[in-house]
Design a protein around this ligand. Structure first.
Ligand code: UD1
Length: 398
């Protein structure tokens, strides 16, 4: 069986790592038919710290092909991926196209595969498999929501991470036969890297390398080194960072929270650009209680998360990682496509109203955060389940 997996943007790499590992494990077992795994990187993310470092840290093989599309508008990026991916797919003719998550690379390559015609093969097109299917924020202003809905509709097999996904898909008329609840590949990768991340002690590395912590900032560094609690912030969603007023309100809110808890804020390139363009960067960088850093590598970020007292984020995946780690998470969005993290986990969905954010963050800092439970099947074996199911389906000839 030949599986072609597509990755493009930062949150895809952790999911691919678990699947690639499961494929290698499958291939190492005797008497099992081998799986050939081809990896295509669209190049949607391209910076060392947004892409390359994850391949090294997570031991993902270098992609067989990199389409190097880079950044552009949604339409241009999606169209460029489609044009460049078509000949690759025709050349590789995989049995399975495996896509993960909800980024532009996910929908672009799925759309190509759904209409491709293999000419000299007994099959017309690959089986299309979507990992992390069925999540819905019910907010079509989010580009990811559009990507999720369309990708699910074009997929033959939908692998889900939480039980609400099947409810969403059933409401949309999907046959349950196409849906398989397998758990969470991003959590698989977290589980296999947790000990390594703990040994890394990223906080010390960040504190030692951060020039802004010389002089009066060194008191803060010394306190953190001695074990003082800290929070972690990530922001990158266009709805939060692309508008000067919204971003300004969030910056003010972070400045207030930082008087109670030192915050470490690895900056996504989009967010750094916007902070600079809106003249908001200095307000954060001049605050000694906020440590701005470059985008973190995988292990570095996991190490920061594990020991943090509070996380403030607008990411999807971080809501899941904090739930697994039982670290309180305040999600700065009006909705979440991952409701299990709120119902069972440590996540609080507070929206972008700054008084709500402050109230929730301060109550967590006061020790009133919820305990949380780990959702079903988030046990480190999602990748292995996916590989087993695919092997059975392909062997049975679909
Ligand atoms: C994309 C995904 C989003 C995901 C996020 C994780 C879509 C629609 N969005 O959003 O779901 O949560 O990735 O980061 O697919 N840039 C760089 N270097 C890079 C990548 C980006 O400098 O390696 C800058 C560019 O200025 C670019 C901007 O960041 O224009 C945004 O990148 P883009 O890939 O368009 O979207 P993200 O906001 O990262």
């Amino acid at each position: 069986m030949k599986i072609l997996s597509v990755v493009g943007a930062r949150p895809n790499f952790m999911k691919l790592a678990s699947i690639d590992k499961a494929i290698k494990k499958h291939n190492s077992q005797e008497n099992k038919k081998t799986i050939e795994h081809v990896i295509v990187h669209t190049g949607q993310h391209y910076d060392e710290r947004m892409s390359v470092c994850f391949f090294d840290e997570l031991e993902i093989p270098r992609p067989n092909t990199n389409l190097e599309v880079g950044s552009s508008s949604h339409a241009a990026q999606t169209a460029q991926i489609m044009e460049l991916f078509e000949p690759v797919l025709l050349n590789e003719k995989p049995d399975v196209l495996l896509v993960v998550g909800d980024v532009n690379s996910t929908i672009a390559t799925t759309l190509v595969a759904s209409k491709i015609e293999y000419n000299d093969s007994d099959k017309r097109r690959p089986l299309i498999v979507h990992v992390e299917a069925g999540l819905r924020s019910y907010d079509k202003d989010m580009p990811e929501e559009v990507n999720r809905i369309l990708t699910d509709n074009l997929s033959d097999i939908l692998f889900t991470t939480e039980e609400t996904a099947l409810e969403n898909l059933t409401k949309e008329g999907f046959s349950p036969d196409r849906v398989q609840f397998v758990g969470n590949t991003m959590i698989d990768t977290l589980i296999s890297n947790k000990d390594k991340a703990l040994r890394l002690n990223a906080l010390s590395n960040i504190l030692e390398n951060d020039a802004s912590l010389k002089g009066s900032g060194s008191d803060i560094a010394a306190k953190l080194q001695a074990g003082a609690p800290y929070g972690v912030v990530t922001l990158h969603r266009p709805s939060n960072v692309d508008d000067a007023d919204s971003l300004g309100a969030l910056v003010e809110c972070l400045n207030k929270i930082s008087s109670k808890l030192t915050l470490i804020f690895p900056l996504h390139p989009r967010t750094r650009n916007k902070l600079e363009n809106f003249n908001l960067y200095d307000s954060l960088s001049e605050n000694q209680n906020i440590i701005l850093t470059k985008p973190a590598g995988y292990l570095e970020f996991l190490s920061l998360l594990i020991s943090s007292a509070l996380v403030l984020t607008d990411s999807g995946g971080i809501q899941e990682e904090t739930t697994y780690l039982k670290v309180p998470c305040v999600t700065l969005r009006e909705n979440t496509e991952r409701p299990v993290t709120v119902k069972m986990g440590t996540n609080y969905l507070v929206g972008t109203d700054t008084s709500n954010i402050l109230e929730t963050a301060l109550s967590i800092i006061d020790g009133k955060g919820k305990e949380g439970e780990i959702p079903p099947l988030w046990d480190g074996n999602a990748g292995a389940r996916i590989v087993d199911i695919l092997m059975n389906i392909v062997q049975e000839g679909r």
